[in-house]
Write a protein that binds this ligand. Structure first.
Ligand code: 1CP
Length: 324
């Protein structure tokens, strides 16, 4: 999950020398940061160190990730005229990403790497708002008032993200995850009509990505607060669903008709609780996840940066022991 490495002293030491986005496009650094939490915690898979806004940077948008804030874009896209600034993402610009992934995959050996990108709605929200926003007022106004502009912006976000994800998979990642973190800020009907078709279009650009045996590269889809429309998130064309802390895995499994593996959902707000309570919570998550056709244990959302990394290692060890 996002920011898994952020609690690590070795991550902070490296980041002292590189700004966030600079570290994402410097292959040695991106590769090293991807590997740090894997070495430390001995998890079964790595997620590539990058960010959903990296495709913006590579397509020439002036974006930075500010400490304690998140992605900031000085010139947001709010009009038809602004569309002129949205250039295609050229294959050559993705070279640092391909190189970092290839290095990671080489070092990981048999441990799989998960590629990722932001879903068009969540990514577009940063482009339209110009930064993180609680209510996404400008985004929702555009959705409501100018569907043509909206569709153009989301399509561009989907196109550049498809390139970004394809580059990671072609360089050796063996699964992919689409993050529609803010989808829950939309009502179910708006999600279905205005957001889901763009996620579907993005994913359909990835249909050609297959593994050595010709199987489509597995796809995981995650959003926060999306309980009511989990089936719609599945219907965009994914194979597994990531679940946040708002639902139990058993509930999510019921909503999805028991059809797909689930990823989740140890509550990140429990990470600083006494071990006894955290362990009891993990036991509940494992029991709940056992109802689904498959369960990939994960956190409910990003790791808070003041998390004790020792707790994360303890969770990994405990889950491995409890599930073996
Ligand atoms: O564990 C990892 O490091 C994996 C790499 C990763 C991923 C998968 C990062 C690095 N970001 C992401 C995805 C991401 N980025 C999402 C979707 C997943 C989620 O909901 O967590 C989103 C919404 C972003 C945007 C973003 N980038 C935010 C959120 C801001 C907001 O709107 O509230 C923030 C804080 C960032 C910065 C960022 N990205 C990644 C890291 C390690 C950091 C923190 C940088 C730092 O402080 O060191």
């Amino acid at each position: 999950m996002r920011q898994a490495g952020r609690s690590l002293p070795e991550y902070r030491a490296l980041r002292e020398r590189y700004a966030m986005l600079e570290s994402c496009v410097t292959p040695d650094v991106a590769a090293e940061i991807t590997l740090q939490p894997v070495r430390r915690h001995g998890v079964d898979a790595a997620i590539f160190f990058s960010d959903i806004v990296v495709p913006f940077l590579l397509a020439g948008i002036d974006v930075e990730i500010q400490a304690g804030v998140g992605p900031v874009i000085d010139a947001p896209v709010r009009s038809h005229q602004d569309l002129g600034r949205l250039r295609p993402l050229e294959r050559e610009s993705l070279e640092p990403i391909s190189q970092a992934v290839a290095q990671v995959v080489d070092e990981l050996g048999s441990t799989p790497l998960i590629a990722f990108g932001g879903a068009p709605f969540t990514l577009a929200s940063y482009l339209i708002e110009g930064g993180p926003s609680k209510d996404l007022a400008n985004t929702r106004a555009m959705m409501r008032d100018d569907r043509e502009l909206w569709n153009a912006v989301l399509q561009w976000c989907g196109d550049i993200t498809a390139e970004f994800i394809a580059a990671q998979v072609e360089a050796g990642a063996s699964a992919l995850q689409l993050f529609d973190s803010w989808a829950g800020k939309l009502g179910a009907e708006d999600y279905r009509q205005a957001a889901a078709p763009h996620s579907k279009a993005l994913l359909s650009q990835l249909d050609h990505l297959v593994d050595d045996s010709g199987q489509r590269v597995p796809r995981i889809h995650f959003g926060l607060g999306t309980g009511e429309f989990l089936p719609d998130m599945l219907a965009v064309g994914v194979d597994a669903i990531g679940v946040d802390a708002a639902l139990t895995l058993a509930k999510a499994n019921g909503l999805l008709g028991g059809t797909v593996p689930l990823q989740g959902n140890i509550d990140v707000s429990m990470l600083d609780a006494p071990w006894e309570s955290l362990r009891a919570h993990i036991d509940e998550v494992l029991a709940s996840g056992a109802e689904a056709p498959g369960h990939v244990v994960n956190l409910s959302h990003g790791v808070p940066k003041d998390t004790d990394p020792g707790v994360l290692t303890q969770i990994v060890d405990y889950v491995r022991e409890a599930s073996s």
